[in-house]
Design a protein around this ligand. Structure first.
Ligand SMILES: Cc1cc2nc3c(=O)[nH]c(=O)nc-3n(C[C@H](O)[C@H](O)[C@H](O)COP(=O)(O)OP(=O)(O)OC[C@H]3O[C@@H](n4cnc5c(N)ncnc54)[C@H](O)[C@@H]3O)c2cc1C
Length: 559
């Protein structure tokens, strides 16, 4: 029954990465709380700047009527008028919280508070505003427009969590399709048909030659995709062979698919039932979008390995980075939190080995041109995000594309041969928030698997990251390089060791019993209050709060 609950084999190594699912779960149990603190408790990491409204969707022109309506609009349900306004897709997709316009260079220099308190009085603006924001040659991101008016707005990431928005249908599908199409790396081609009827314009015009070549490759990608679909039936992804495809193309596809899986996980986990107005995990959504597609889960873990490896490489960089120019106290706090994240991850290639990418491959493509191709495709994905017709989705879509772009920059440009390129604030914010998203998605998968096990009445499977999270002791949480331990086989115990262990168990049981006796009055009080509340709710005809207590025997581990 575990096979049915675990879509992937926990002990299997995530293909193209170096660690197993269980290893990554174990790492995530330590990393998730550190990341959570970093992205929720610092001004630096909780505001993002993006050009939300001024950017034109370069992919479909307005004249074709696509961006103006179907492709870019938030799709609404057919009976949307029956739904209270606050639960409608359009409302859910709207950005919330304060917004501040990016100040011009003059204001940045002259004003002590360049955003003039627009984000709130307590926000350390020197942690939020950045001066130079253009991308350099080595970037995987899209340089913003030169004009000051196009510099975008600062928005709060905490006020706009990534969750269900109702954005769906033809528009959303077209975007995903276009993004996956970027997976077509150059190869001679004859068929452009498969690129469909979408007109490529704007920045994509220069790509038409490439697209022509790419069309041929699309076929093989589709074939690959078909193979993956076929293998979903009863076969876990790690047994898949990726025979005729080069590693870089595969990595590109996996990054995109992993990002898609992460978005799907978040929207299923923080789902709105539009008829009751209740938010919460939607198990059916998980089953349909993730559980039955083990390769998507594998791609999510792959992204986690890739992002975590990049974060591990950032340790020295973060050590020397100034986060808040005008607030030394917050600067120090932010730095310590970022270091906590970087230090939790092994510094070497134990999880992901990027050095095997961008070498000359059997098809004769050189590492340099592949790298260039890779970078261009990433920039295009970032541009496609401008066509996403739901503000919140666009915010997180753009942020995560930039986050993966930054991870690739770190992986391939941070080496000992040349000085590390400077990372802009926006890149660091995108990077750590993206890592946080993937980390939360992995945690949520554990919860979903637990829910599934409960639904089926079977034991909770070992892959559940959350369970391991409870096992992390204070001592283990001390963050250092050695924190990463590969599972080792259990040594055989001598008679004396076994006796000692038995004594330890007896002692733990005795302590547990005594503690339980002492706690009895408090327990009875809590149970009584809870039950009285429930009774009261029942009497008033209100919705009854689920029980927060239960009778259960402890496991040896809990003693
Ligand atoms: C950039 C972006 C951000 C979004 N953010 C949000 C959000 O924050 N909240 C929200 O509620 N909705 C969001 N959406 C919409 C959401 O992703 C879905 O498009 C929508 O929920 C409809 O889902 P679907 O089941 O029709 O399939 P979709 O998720 O739209 O997928 C389309 C097709 O892609 C394939 N596919 C699906 N997942 C994968 C995968 N992991 N790897 C490979 N192939 C896959 C399948 O064949 C599927 O039919 C976003 C969409 C985009 C494009």
């Amino acid at each position: 029954s575990n096979v049915a609950i675990c879509p992937v084999e926990p002990g299997a190594t995530v293909s193209d990465a170096c660690a197993s699912y269980a290893d990554l779960d174990k790492l995530n149990a330590r990393l998730n709380p550190a990341l959570h603190d970093l992205v929720t408790e610092t001004d630096f990491f909780s505001y993002y700047r993006l050009n939300l409204y001024n950017k034109k969707c370069p992919f479909w022109s307005d004249d074709e009527g696509l961006c103006g309506n179907i492709a870019c609009a938030v799709t609404t349900l057919e009976n949307e008028e029956d739904i209270p306004e606050i639960w409608r897709a359009e409302e859910l997709s709207r950005l919330e919280g304060p917004k501040a316009h990016h100040p011009g260079k003059k204001e940045q220099r002259e004003l002590e508070r360049p955003l003039q308190g627009e984000l709130g009085e307590n926000v350390g603006e020197s942690c939020v505003v950045e001066y130079d924001d253009e991308c350099d040659e080595r970037d995987y991101c899209v340089p913003e427009d030169e004009s000051a008016s196009a510099k975008g707005d600062y928005v709060s990431l905490l006020d706009n969590p990534e969750r269900f928005t109702g954005y769906a249908g033809e528009g959303a599908h077209q975007i995903w399709e276009a993004i996956y199409r970027e997976n077509c790396f150059s190869k001679p081609s004859s068929s452009e048909q498969s690129l469909g009827s979408v007109a490529i314009g704007g920045p994509f015009a220069g790509f038409s030659g490439m697209q022509g070549q790419a069309a041929q490759d699309l076929k093989s990608v589709m074939k690959e995709h078909g193979r993956q679909q076929a293998s979903q039936v009863g076969k876990v992804e790690d047994n898949m062979e990726f025979d005729d495809e080069c590693l870089e193309k595969r990595v590109f596809y996996r990054v995109i698919s992993g990002m898609h899986a992460s978005i799907s996980t978040h929207l299923c986990y923080d789902y709105l039932n539009q008829s009751t107005g209740k938010w919460g995990p939607n198990l059916e959504c998980y089953k349909q979008r993730l559980h039955t597609h083990p390769e998507r889960i594998s791609n999510l873990y792959f992204n986690y390995a890739l992002m975590a490896r990049a974060a591990g490489k950032l340790k020295d960089y973060v050590q020397d980075y100034t986060f808040c120019t005008g607030d030394p106290k917050q600067d120090k706090r932010t730095k310590n939190m970022a270091l906590n994240v970087a230090k939790t991850i092994p510094a070497g290639p134990e999880i992901f080995d990027e050095s095997v990418m961008f070498r000359e491959n059997p098809l004769g493509e050189t590492g340099i041109s592949l790298k260039e191709d890779f970078r261009n495709r990433f920039r295009n994905v970032s541009r496609i995000m401008d066509c996403v017709g739901c503000d919140k989705c666009r915010l997180w879509g753009k942020l995560q594309t930039a986050g993966y772009g930054t991870a690739l920059k770190i992986l391939f440009e941070f080496n000992n041969e040349q000085p590390a390129p400077a990372l802009k604030r926006i890149e660091l914010v995108a990077f750590f928030n993206t890592l946080d998203k993937v980390s939360n998605a992995i945690k949520a998968l554990g919860d979903f698997q637990r829910m599934l096990a409960e639904e089926k009445g079977v034991p909770v499977p070992g892959i559940v990251a959350d369970e391991k999270q409870q096992d992390v002791t204070q001592e283990e949480e001390e963050l250092d390089d050695d924190a990463w331990e590969k599972p080792t086989p259990k040594p055989k115990l001598t008679t004396w060791q076994e006796t000692k262990h038995e004594i330890y168990v007896v002692w733990s049981v005795t302590k547990f019993i005594l503690k339980s006796w002492i706690e009895i009055p408090q327990t009875i009080f809590i149970v009584l209050i809870t039950e009285l509340c429930r009774l009261w709710q029942r009497w008033l005809g209100l919705e009854i709060t689920p029980r927060s207590w239960e009778f259960r025997l402890p496991t040896v581990d809990q003693l």
